[in-house]
Design a protein around this ligand. Structure first.
Ligand SMILES: CSC[C@H]1O[C@H](OP(=O)(O)O)[C@H](O)[C@@H]1O
Length: 371
């Protein structure tokens, strides 16, 4: 496997200076092929996010940040034949890149958080001598976002392992979708906890939901866990309920794409059902996410925009038709788990337990709660 650093592989990496390019591990080709795609335009990044070549809330935000760097020199962002030359042109093109990238996927709030971070830098670089220097300044911000996420993943791993190690050295854990290195700029969110437990000498037995319809669990999570020597059993999504009933798992841990101020959490479709099953069987249900996944501007999960994806992802996934032509399809990419079903939320700053609006705001925006 192509490993770009000692920690493993880089889901995303930038080559060169402000005139460089973004390289993505193409997740649509896993687990059969480890291949990479180079992006040297905003549209390349937009398409990569849309088709889930790069996916996972934090990774989407990081990719978009690098996309804005590309935007500062992308003539298509100016609608002209000439690439940006002046700082004013570079800033105008980068802002257009932010607006375009914001249309790629609607649910993961990390995308919009990262774009706002980049807009903040654009507002300060208008006096640079050229568009090239604007791109350099934007690259420094994108790298900072990437490196911060890497550190956040490590902290989530530590806090989560502290919490879960009480379940014993061979605990059974159910997880859903993919929340590892492929979804972030570091070791992941929920998977970072499992990697941290493994590195502490514990042997968690992970039951990975295949996660229909795009099989992120089968294709990506099983692959990541096996690469890192973590005991994983792949199950179909409907297996989780009897597994919880039979006491084979002592916890469920998942990621998130957007968490509201009261703790309602949008995550991959199927998460809500898993939370209901965990509640019914008295199994703790944990969400692992960095504070960049929180959206304190909304309170109810009903306010979270849920991405609707193409019917073909269900009717002819991976190129084989498995449903009648013309059948009606509903294919939301996410669902919302109410805070009442969540035992705790593990962040890079600590664990929110119990989950309440007061506890969320105190962890995510402490200054807003100081009297
Ligand atoms: C660490 S965030 C991972 C999060 O993103 C996934 O969605 P998608 O594969 O569509 O990007 C899923 O909801 C994961 O929990």
């Amino acid at each position: 496997m192509n490993r770009n650093n000692s920690d493993g592989f880089e889901t995303l990496s930038w080559t060169g200076a402000g005139d460089g390019f973004l390289t993505l591990l193409d997740q649509t080709r896993l687990p059969n092929e480890v291949t990479f795609v180079n992006c040297d335009s905003v549209e390349d990044v937009w398409q990569a996010i849309k088709r889930l070549a790069v996916r996972g809330a934090p990774a989407i935000g990081i990719a978009a940040a690098y996309g804005v760097v590309l935007g500062a020199r992308d003539e298509k962002m100016l609608g002209s034949g000439d690439s940006p030359k002046t700082a004013e042109q570079g800033c105008r093109a980068a802002l257009a890149a932010c607006d375009h990238l914001a249309t790629s996927r609607p649910t993961a709030v990390n995308l919009f958080w990262a774009l706002d971070r980049m807009r903040g830098v654009i507002a300060t670089v208008g006096e640079e001598p050229s568009a090239g220097r604007v791109a350099e300044r934007l690259l420094a911000e994108a790298v900072a976002i990437h490196e911060a996420d890497r550190a956040q993943c490590a902290a989530i791993g530590r806090y989560g392992a502290d919490l879960l190690e009480t379940l014993g050295p061979t605990m059974g854990i159910v997880t859903h979708c993919n929340t590892g290195m492929l979804a972030t700029g570091g070791d992941g969110t929920a998977l970072a906890v499992l990697f941290a437990l493994n590195e502490r000498g514990m042997q968690p037995h992970v039951y990975a939901d295949e996660t229909r319809p795009l099989l992120q669990g089968a294709r990506l999570t099983a692959w990541e866990l096996m690469e890192r020597g973590v005991h994983v059993t792949l199950i179909c999504d409907s297996m989780a309920a009897p597994l919880l009933r039979d006491g084979k798992a002592q916890a469920v841990i998942v990621g998130a794409d957007r968490i509201t101020a009261r703790g309602d959490t949008a995550n991959k479709i199927g998460t809500y059902g898993l939370a209901v099953q965990a509640k019914h069987h008295g199994v703790p249900f944990y969400v692992a996410a960095p504070t960049t996944t929180f959206d304190l501007s909304i309170t109810s999960g009903d306010e979270i925009p849920i991405e609707q994806r193409a019917p073909e992802e269900i009717t002819e996934a991976f190129g084989r038709r498995t449903a009648p032509e013309g059948v009606e399809v509903d294919n939301p990419a996410f669902d919302v788990t109410p805070a009442e079903l969540i035992t705790a939320i593990i962040t890079e700053r600590g664990v929110i337990e119990p989950v309440s609006e007061e506890a969320v705001r105190a962890m995510v925006d402490p200054e807003s709660t100081q009297s």
